[in-house]
Ligand binder design. Sequence first.
Ligand code: F6P
Length: 360
Amino acid sequence: MKPTMMTYINEEKEMSERILAAYPDNVEKFAELASGKQDWLLVATGSSYNAALSARYAIERWAGVRVDIKEPFPFTHYDKMSPYTDLAIGISQSGHSTSTIGALERMREEAGLPVIALSADTESAISEAADLTVDIGCGAERVGYVTKGFLATVLTLMLAGLRTGELNGSMSAVEVQVQLDSLRRAAAAIPATIARTEAFFETFREELASAPRFTAVGYGPAVGTIKEFETKFVETVRVPSQGVEVEAFMHGPYLEVNPEHRFFFVETESPVKDRLERLRSYEERISRHVYTITTGSSSEANVIGLDLAIDEYAAPFALIIPFQILAHHIAGARGIDLTNRIYTDFGMAMKSKTQPGNYA
Ligand SMILES: O=P(O)(O)OC[C@H]1O[C@](O)(CO)[C@@H](O)[C@@H]1O
């Protein structure tokens, strides 16, 4: 039988625990190379870009560095390089995205920057453009709508930031332990998150399957989560789906809302949480289809409460899992057979990949 998104989602707990158990060895070389570097530039596309967004603020906070993230194609062809960038990082789960490889080549040739690649395949094409290739630790994922590879990328980036912070002294041993414990608890809770999401889906199956469009709103580190929601829903559910940062939503997108809108509000413990609460209350007056995914606990039917003591910086590691499951289930409920691959020649025809994906 072909693997599905659920095959890999069900492997996420064990995989995450394996990645956490490998700390700090799995990110030691990364941290040694990154230590002392202040201004990192990450390049990645698609889900890998969203993973970078999800880990960015954790890295900045824990390692005490500045992190910029860019789409590689416009960076290579249009951007002026910052003279302050001192470390280049390219993320490609497959290791075959030509735009990401091209951006790393530019940074190496033009600025002589040290280059780190993150990939599930350390022998892939991206490794030729890098001084060091870090294994994200998920192994092969043979479904193009990536789930475990996304989670592995987020976690490995977070751990790389944590270890760098430990080496450069911006985090104490106690602070590192607090974050590791919180990530371990989140990994252990993955089966409970899956069960809660399954129950939520059963309750709202009809209104989710018939949705004309979806919107997810979040803030801070969770913007990586809502952007990955957008990528995953567009790839699988195939109706217009948009992840919008909470304040950006208040400057234009609110005018499009009608009673048919399906909203996901992504909530973490944050000083800016009240902006989300205020917007949710307003939109509940317009649409009856308003759902929340929160790191807190809840017994309300329209809320998926992860029930985790996790700060907003580490939270994207946990928050994406409900969206991965819903993408798979809503696509199925809409009659889309995701095992039937479409546009299989696309990556080679567009030269967006160096070789075809090894998909089931
Ligand atoms: O992380 P990679 O392998 O560079 O892939 C980036 C993106 O390209 C795709 O493989 C599509 O071409 C997406 O599934 C993925 O998000």
